[in-house]
Design a protein around this ligand. Sequence first.
Ligand SMILES: [Zn+2]
Length: 282
Amino acid sequence: MRFSKVGWIKIRYHRPLPEHTTTKEATFKKERTGEWYVTFSLETDDTDLPEKPALESLDTSNSVGIDLGIQNYIHTSDGKTVDWLDLDDEYERLRREQRKLSRKEHGSQNYKKQRRTVAKAKRKIRRTVLDYQHKLTTWLAKEYDAIFVEDLNVAGMLQDDRNARNKQDAAWRQFITLLEYKGNLYGTHVVQVEPEGTTKECAKCGGETLKRIWMREHSCPACGFETDRDANAAMNVLQRGFFELGQGWPESTPVETVTATDTAQFESMSASHVIETGTPNP
Ligand SMILES: [Zn+2]
């Protein structure tokens, strides 16, 4: 690239620039790792994006509700759990490097060098998460015509018993942002729904059940419906998604059909499965 006042500079692309885009801006930045980056701001033409499926064509076979887990996974209304990444080793390494840094003399050459090592360990984690979220959202957008997730911006959920996952909200927000982007890219509806009470509400009868954070099962005293806690929440998200789109619950598919996938039949998918079946980032 040629920059005025700087001249020609060799750059290495992390991935090719997408087609049908116009470069609006390029920014130089020196990271804490000591490396230089060029970031491009691109503009796309919306008319090139695929059309999203007609709302009338949506049903429980091509749409999915997603429960963002308290622990590190997502749960889908059609019976899939996808593990989040196991980053224990990476976090352990980061802690080790941070301990080393605390033993260096502040301001010394060794200190500066170690500080770059810490920055690299942090960057590794950030990149691994982002890469995984790219693959997961691409897989979801290609797999379904409509994806429903909880709206994390609703303040009400802070009072909910799901408080434990607030820490994870930043990661989920990034996930939803990517999901919306992929939805536009692949022609998939992505809709955020009211999150209040998705855990307590019974997906079959709509009654409220008291549920503490450690209770992993949904067992409805009113209608007797029993399933996994997160499966019930994902089904509620699915139902709310249809209502949000003004479609109502598809009459051809009674709740029982969806809820037929009970806990025992839930198909667990590892992170590597998504990575293997997912295609490279656009
Ligand atoms: Zn019920």
